[in-house]
Design a protein around this ligand. Structure first.
Ligand code: ZN
Length: 258
């Protein structure tokens, strides 16, 4: 599906969280600026556009970057996100690990008061977006890029979220003002989340847009909480060498939950 066809599914006034790969849009001759402007125009003055600008400024992260919301670039969020981060009118949240960039109606709500949480859990921009009835646009990416699924893990209360993605990164963040203590609700592995692509569409809360997908976040989080309730390790990958999934599965086994 072309970008203009995907855009038809986006409705005026939506709070849209966009995770994207720009490659296909580039092949269509579009620039990142054109894609961002087209999304903003479609959403209109009552709409909101939010993109991840994650920087993973954990204390001992291999990149060892110091968090400064005006300077620290995003890491592997794609060219669209990196363009949007410094786009005129865009505001970035002050979260050292999982910041977001926002424009539109709910900019203030989504970029304030979310600095000292773990990024994708309670008090996060993602939780605030969910409360406002967010939709998620996966633009030429699949659910392994859908960060709201990590929020769903935390909302479900599954007892493993205090185990971080990599213990060696440290549990706190490194900022220009020094070390920052994070709430122990760590987003971890999304390696096998693409298994939900077809499931979400068949459940009726995600719209099939070819290689893209538009998801109702409220229905999705509710659905994932239900799936976790039935199968506690459903979000974990099966790779034995994946540190966090191995430790999280061990925890569930020790608790007699799987
Ligand atoms: Zn894993």
């Amino acid at each position: 599906m072309s970008f203009s066809q995907v855009l038809e599914a986006v409705q005026e006034g939506m709070l849209l969280i966009c995770h994207a790969s720009f490659k296909k849009c580039k092949e269509e001759g579009l620039t990142p600026e054109e894609v961002i402007t087209a999304l903003q125009k479609k959403l209109g003055p009552e709409g909101t556009l939010m993109m991840p600008t994650f920087s993973y400024c954990y204390l001992n992260h291999p990149r060892h970057r110091v968090w400064d919301k005006d300077e620290t670039p995003g890491v592997l969020n794609g060219v669209l996100s990196e363009t949007f981060r410094t786009f005129p009118g865009t505001v970035r949240s002050n979260n050292p690990t999982y910041s977001v960039a926002v424009s539109g109606k709910y900019t203030e709500l989504l970029t304030t008061g979310s600095a000292d949480n773990a990024g994708l859990g309670h008090g996060s921009s993602y939780e605030n977006a969910l409360k406002k009835g967010a939709h998620i646009l996966l633009l030429n990416v699949s659910n392994n890029r859908n960060s709201m699924l990590h929020y769903a893990e935390i909302a479900s209360g599954v007892p493993y979220n205090d185990i971080p993605f990599r213990e060696a990164w440290g549990r706190n963040a490194l900022t220009k003002d020094g070390e920052m203590v994070l709430i122990p609700e760590y987003p971890a592995c999304s390696e096998e989340f693409s298994k939900f692509d077809a499931e979400f569409i068949s459940m009726g809360f995600a719209q099939d847009l070819g290689e893209s997908m538009l998801i109702n976040a409220t229905d999705m989080v509710k659905y994932i909480c239900g799936r976790i309730n039935v199968q506690k390790d459903v979000m974990l990958c099966s790779n034995e060498e994946c540190e966090c999934c191995r430790l999280r599965r061990e925890r569930l086994k020790n608790m007699g939950l799987i």
